[in-house]
Design a protein around this ligand. Structure first.
Ligand code: ATP
Length: 365
């Protein structure tokens, strides 16, 4: 486990880093919380250089013995507007209160920086042992429905499952969704979950109808498993390949690039491809994500494109045409398309053979 050099009886590792240590896994980041006011604490530390203070949240970044360390103050939170960001209530509250604002018991344990003692008010150790995800109170999903996706993410990452009561509360919430929620937060959790490229996650998401979090809608699991195709071609926006298959994702705040992916897929899925040239021209112009999504509708076409057609390129250039005595004009595109059509039929064509084709073509146009 990554640790920090700073030690204090009121300073604790908290959340994911403790869970990961207990699971014997590496952590992405180290969360530390100070039981009390972290800002006051670091001001009194002789060897700490304060780099940044966020007073309203009681968080602070310091440099200590050459290390950059983020420390949060213990805080409690309330959800006056369900489904939106919580309001910070009480900075410097007890460690227990800080723990009780968290999502799952496995993410709600602390570990002393002094002696490594695990502080477990919520039976997280037991749940880790039994591979269970358990929320801390019955309003948890109502306060913050993004926790449903966080649960999915942890279930898939660690091969855990929802404990029975938690599963029931999740079902209850999904049957009675409050659509006044932060879709920005939902998008962040969708991205983290589906960037894992797990078909199992998509199966659970579909079977449990979690997609209704975005909008009331129906959706059926596609028959083609996209996980191996995504692994092989490694596109940038993996999460959107999954989520973009839904009928209605208009609630999500998408970037221009993300919108373009979804629009390209919606265009391609209604397209009829007459020949290899039309497959190549349409798919070569589309984002890779949209091409992979299309595999759920037209697997053979996508397979042919990705494995046979995608990397075919003609060798001749505009310069070659000028050398042959042609003047640049829209005819050039016509010639390139003609040569490409031939090359798609016969990818072994050499540049000399392409030039021969051009010469013959010039005679007729
Ligand atoms: P990861 O390994 O994915 O980073 P993590 O548990 O560290 O896992 P973060 O999203 O960084 O995940 O959150 C840090 C901690 O903050 C969590 O362990 C959990 O205790 C708490 N937390 C995060 N999001 C929520 C939430 N939506 N509701 C309640 N607690 C949360």
């Amino acid at each position: 486990m990554n640790t920090v050099s700073l030690r204090d009886k009121n300073l604790f590792y908290i959340g994911g880093v403790v869970r990961d240590k207990l699971l014997g896994k590496d952590s992405f980041d180290i969360d530390l919380t100070y039981s009390g006011n972290a800002v006051e604490f670091v001001k009194n530390l002789p060897d700490a250089q304060i780099l940044q203070i966020n007073e309203p949240f009681g968080t602070v970044k310091i440099k200590f013995e050459g290390e950059e360390i983020d420390i949060a103050s213990t805080r409690s939170e309330t959800y006056p507007q369900k489904g939106h960001l919580p309001v910070v209530q009480n900075i410097g509250c007890s460690l227990k209160e800080d723990i009780l604002r968290r999502d799952f018991t496995i993410n709600a344990m602390a570990m002393s920086t002094l002696d490594g003692e695990i502080i477990d008010y919520v039976n997280g150790l037991e749940d880790i042992k039994n591979k269970k995800l358990r929320i801390l109170h019955s309003d948890s999903f109502i306060d913050d429905p993004t926790r449903i996706l966080r649960g999915l993410k942890f279930a898939v990452r660690f091969d855990f499952e929802l404990e029975e009561e938690t599963k029931k509360l999740q079902e209850d919430y999904l049957n009675n969704i409050n659509y006044d929620m932060s879709y920005k937060r939902l998008k962040k959790e969708l991205a983290e979950t589906f960037n894992l490229n797990s078909w199992r996650a998509f199966e659970i998401f579909t079977n449990e109808k979690m997609y209704t979090l975005l909008a009331p809608q129906e959706f059926e699991l596609p028959k083609i498993n996209l996980e191996p195709i995504i692994s092989k071609y490694n596109p940038e926006n993996i999460w959107l390949i999954y989520v973009g298959l839904l009928e209605d994702i208009s609630s999500l705040p998408l970037t221009k690039q993300e919108k373009n992916i979804v629009e390209s897929y919606n265009y391609l899925k209604n397209k009829h491809f007459e020949d290899d040239f039309s497959i190549f021209s349409e798919l070569n112009n589309a984002p890779l994500e949209a091409v992979i999504m299309l595999a759920t509708k037209d697997y053979d076409t996508v397979k042919k494109y990705l494995t046979k057609l995608k990397d075919i390129k003609i060798s001749i250039t505009g310069k070659d045409l000028i050398t042959l005595g042609l003047t640049p004009s829209p005819k050039f595109q016509e010639i390139f398309d003609y040569v490409l059509k031939e090359k798609l039929k016969n990818p072994e064509l050499t540049k000399a053979q392409e030039l021969e084709l051009v010469k013959n073509k010039i005679k007729v146009i």
